[in-house]
Design a protein around this ligand. Sequence first.
Ligand SMILES: Cc1cc2nc3c(=O)[nH]c(=O)nc-3n(C[C@H](O)[C@H](O)[C@H](O)COP(=O)(O)OP(=O)(O)OC[C@H]3O[C@@H](n4cnc5c(N)ncnc54)[C@H](O)[C@@H]3O)c2cc1C
Length: 244
Amino acid sequence: MQINQTHRTVLRALAETVVPSMQRPEDPTGFWSLSGSDLKANLAVEQALTGLPEQQRAGLLALLDGLHTHGFAAASPAEREQLISGVAQLGPEAAAAMHALVNYALTDEVDQRIARRSLEAQIRLHAAAGAQEIVPFAATARRWRAGEDLEAFIAEMQSLPLGVGGHRLFSAHQMSSCRMGTDPATSVANPWGELHDTPGVYIGDASALPTATGVNPMISTMAMAHRTATAIAQTATTAASAVH
Ligand SMILES: Cc1cc2nc3c(=O)[nH]c(=O)nc-3n(C[C@H](O)[C@H](O)[C@H](O)COP(=O)(O)OP(=O)(O)OC[C@H]3O[C@@H](n4cnc5c(N)ncnc54)[C@H](O)[C@@H]3O)c2cc1C
């Protein structure tokens, strides 16, 4: 299956949904007004699709066809978000793609309460720090400007749903789900990434970090993977010389 004009239209709309153009009174460099398609993200994705194996490309193009069938390109930003969240129901490939993503259902009452509390705290912190403007990460939300009623703004933000159609929630820095440590009761792998229960099996990715770094983790992940690989290589060398 080859990329056609319909796929390109949907890709463009997707890029403009993920990175929408934002109109701001002061935008001397035009930074805020640039959308995902202005940055040519859709063209980069198209190029990446072209290089994929046929089966994977066909699955992803079928996703774009599915979004087109549901009127994605002509939909409003809120409707587009709704459609993206419903994408898993388009077919088996779509379901597989969506299930490959880490998904947090914010259905637990305690989680919801904490999310709401942190939302309010973030607004108050920014206002206390002298923010001139507070822009919530919700497609349907208005922004607050210095001098406006902060309590009314907080109440308004709390009336929006958490998730689709409201505050966007996502995470890009998952860590520590198979953490390293010395105690098998509180860790999965030893400090060299080797599983406590299964010697010879190593974990060398971000999941092995003992706890969340609290900052961008990529360099730490790379350093740890290098350290783990070096340890494996040394173990292999020791084992090989023991055999000879
Ligand atoms: C949008 C976004 C922005 C980010 N920005 C930054 C940033 O600016 N700075 C920063 O430091 N960090 C950033 N991160 C985080 C950083 O990318 C990750 O912390 C880091 O890549 C984690 O490395 P990893 O090896 O654990 O996982 P990954 O890089 O996700 O690697 C996992 C690999 O395993 C493969 N895989 C998965 N399942 C299987 C399977 N069953 N069989 C075979 N292979 C499989 C995947 O294809 C993938 O190649 C960002 C992440 C995201 C999503």
